[in-house]
Design a protein around this ligand. Structure first.
Ligand code: C5P
Length: 315
C-alpha cells in the first residue's frame, strides 16, 4: 500500500497522582489513562520526494520540525535509514478535531499514529512494545496512545499496565479555544508549591509520605462500575491549574450541577474539563445546557464516550 489513513483518539485522565519529582526533571506519576471517541484523522502517503511534509487544517498547529508528527516521522527515518531510502519521503495530513493544548494528548496521539502508519507503509513489522519504546522518546503519553483503552501508567507515564477496557461511558467535554495551559508550567508550579513534601531517597528520586491511593478506582474499573469510577476521579494538577484559570473552575462546577452528571474533572494539565454522564441522551442535554449558560463561542463542547482501543486504521 502507498497510503494509510489512521484514526488517532484523544485521551482523558481518570486519575493523575504526582508521586514525586525525579532527577531527570520529570515527575514520577500514577495515572489512569482512557481513550475516548473524539479523534483526529492522520493520512500518511508515500511521497514522490524524499522529504517529510506535514499538512494540518488547524491554524494553531505548526507544520514545521517542531510538530510532534514531523518528529515521529523523522525518528522513523533515523531509526530505519534503509527503509527510508527504499520507500522515500512521506506526506502526512492531520485532520484536527481534538482541541490543541488541552490536556487530551492531541499531539501525542498524532505522533502515535505516525509511528503505526510508517510501520505499515515501510513494512517494518515492529511489535506494539517496540513502537511504544520508540514513542517514549517523543513524549510521555505517546506509548499509551498507541494501544489506548484503559491503562495504569507509571514512571513518566510511559510504563503501562492494561486494565479491563471501559467502553461507552458517556462524556461531555469542554475547552476554551483561547485558553492554553503549558504542561511544563503546570508541573513546575506543582513542584514549587508541593515539592517540599517529598522524601528524597539516595538515588535522587522522591516520593510523598502517603501511599498511592489509586487502588479504589482500579477496583471500580475492574467492576465496570461507572458510578464508583466517577466518585474516585482525581487529578493533582488541578491544585495548580484551577487557581490560575477561573474559567476552568466555572466550567467544572457548571458541569457538576447538571442533572445526569456523575462527576466532572480537568483532564491532564488542562484546561479541558470532562463530565461523566449517565446516558448519551443526557450528555446531549448537558451540552445544550452548558451552551445556554455560556454562549461564548470560544468554548468548544463535545459529546463523546470512552473506547477500548488506541490507533486504528480508518474504515
Ligand atoms: O513527555 P512530554 O514531552 O509530553 O512532557 C511535557 C512536559 O511535561 C515535560 O517537559 C515536563 O515538564 C512535564 N512532565 C513532567 N513529568 C512527567 C511528564 C511530563 O514533569 N511525568
Amino acid at each position: 500500500m502507498r497510503s494509510y489513513s489512521l484514526i488517532a483518539p484523544a485521551k482523558i485522565n481518570l486519575y493523575l497522582e504526582i508521586i514525586g519529582d525525579r532527577p531527570d526533571g520529570y515527575h514520577e506519576l500514577a495515572m489512569i489513562m482512557q481513550t475516548i471517541s473524539l479523534a483526529d484523522q492522520i493520512d500518511i502517503h508515500a511521497a514522490s520526494t524524499d522529504y517529510i511534509r506535514v499538512y494540518c487544517d488547524h491554524p494553531q498547529v505548526p507544520t514545521d520540525k517542531t510538530n510532534l508528527v514531523y518528529r515521529a516521522a523523522a525518528l522513523m527515518a533515523e531509526q530505519f535509514p534503509d527503509a527510508y531510502s527504499q520507500f522515500g519521503g512521506v506526506d502526512i495530513t492531520v485532520k484536527k478535531r481534538i482541541p490543541v493544548a488541552a490536556g487530551l494528548a492531541g499531539g501525542s496521539t498524532n505522533a502515535a499514529a505516525v509511528l503505526v502508519g510508517i510501520n505499515l507503509l515501510w513494512n517494518l513489522g515492529l511489535t506494539q512494545p517496540e513502537l511504544e519504546e520508540l514513542g517514549a522518546t517523543l513524549g510521555s503519553d505517546v506509548p499509551f496512545c498507541i494501544g489506548g483503552g484503559t491503562a495504569i501508567a507509571t514512571g513518566r507515564g510511559e510504563k503501562l499496565a492494561p486494565l479491563p477496557g471501559l467502553e461507552n461511558i458517556n462524556l461531555v467535554l469542554g475547552k476554551y479555544r483561547s485558553l492554553e495551559v503549558s504542561t511544563p508550567w503546570a508541573y513546575k508550579t506543582y513542584r514549587q508549591e508541593f515539592g517540599s513534601s517529598y522524601i528524597r531517597d539516595s538515588d535522587g528520586f522522591a516520593s510523598r509520605a502517603h501511599a498511592v491511593h489509586s487502588g479504589e478506582i482500579v477496583k471500580a474499573i475492574s467492576h465496570q462500575d461507572t458510578v464508583a469510577i466517577a466518585s474516585k476521579l482525581h487529578n493533582d494538577l488541578e491544585k495548580v491549574v484551577l487557581p490560575a484559570y477561573p474559567q476552568v473552575v466555572e466550567l467544572r462546577e457548571l458541569f457538576a450541577q447538571q442533572p445526569g452528571v456523575l462527576a466532572s474533572m480537568m483532564s491532564g494539565s488542562g484546561p479541558s474539563v470532562f463530565a461523566i454522564v449517565e446516558s448519551p441522551e443526557q450528555a446531549e442535554v448537558v451540552k445544550q445546557q452548558i451552551r445556554t449558560a455560556i454562549p461564548n463561542p470560544d468554548l468548544e463542547l463535545f459529546v463523546t464516550k470512552t473506547i477500548a482501543h488506541g490507533i486504528n486504521l480508518a474504515a
